[in-house]
Design a protein around this ligand. Structure first.
Ligand code: GDP
Ligand code: MG
Length: 241
């Protein structure tokens, strides 16, 4: 693929049913890709099975939540001098064979962060429940306005980043339900964001952390966070200014 040092960051909480296969598939896809699993306070065998499949495992002593776990991964990548990072979920929904679509624009220098979108392609193959789809559309609309660029999937954790992106997310990453805010943050820091269509699989093991009840809280919380972000906009200095 290329000689750059590259790492796969995989946040996982209670994913013993999937994590071994996820790590194995990533390594088959690209043996030169180091796999880092951040076990976020799992109560099951996630850590053991990830390590047995060949991943390096960072085991957080208690549950930090997805934002803290992902930021831990980027801090590791920064500290170890990785030039390229990909991020995939530990539940098997992100198919490593789709990774070239994410990585190639980064290697070509066309973007600092590439996000795999479930909704950018014509004829969706992945259909989340209606309420969730509505939430995703809602955020896509707001975020597109804020970043003055059309984005269709602001909740995707399927991404590739160059060293600039790794540094940004190691320094600062939103908490709770982080991807929507992170999308705005990237553009505010003048990093180039590109969305590419990808196929995503259905979850086969365990259950999604985003239940129907949590969705309402999600929409409210993230909308408030985005508004705070808008008002903070000019107070946040650009990194490269
Ligand atoms: N680190 C960490 N990962 C989590 C947490 N909750 C979920 N995840 C992981 O984040 C990824 C996406 O979560 P998931 O529940 O599948 O969300 P969905 O795909 O949007 O339904 C999976 O790899 C989960 O294991 C958490 O509290 N901490
Ligand atoms: Mg999932």
């Amino acid at each position: 693929m290329s000689d750059s040092r590259r790492i796969a960051i995989v946040p996982a909480r209670n994913e013993e049913g999937a994590i071994g296969q996820v790590v194995g598939e990533i390594r088959v896809f690209d043996p030169g890709l180091d796999v880092l699993v951040i076990d976020d306070g799992s109560a099951d065998r996630t850590s053991e099975l990830a390590a047995a499949a060949g991943a390096t495992v960072v085991r957080l002593p208690f549950n930090l939540g997805i934002g803290g776990a992902v930021q831990t991964g980027f801090m590791y990548a920064l500290a170890h001098g990785y030039e390229l990072a990909v991020r995939l979920d530990g539940d098997g929904q992100h198919d490593p064979s789709e990774l070239p679509k994410l990585i190639e624009p980064v290697l070509r220098g066309d973007a600092d962060i590439v996000v795999g979108s479930r909704f950018a392609a014509a004829g969706d193959s992945y259909r989340p429940p209606l309420a969730r789809r509505a939430g995703i559309r809602f955020f896509a609309g707001i975020v597109s306005l804020l970043v003055r660029q059309r984005v269709t999937d602001t909740t995707s954790g399927f991404q590739a980043l160059n060293a600039k992106g790794i540094r940004l997310f190691a320094d600062d990453y939103p908490h709770d339900y982080p991807e929507v805010e992170a999308t705005v943050m990237v553009v505010k820091h003048r990093l180039r964001l590109l969305e590419v269509p990808v196929l995503m699989r259905e979850r086969e093991h365990g259950s999604s952390s985003i239940t129907a009840l949590r969705s309402a809280y999600y929409v409210l919380k993230v909308t408030l966070a985005l508004m705070v972000g808008v008002f903070r906009r000019k107070a946040v200095p650009a990194r490269d200014a």
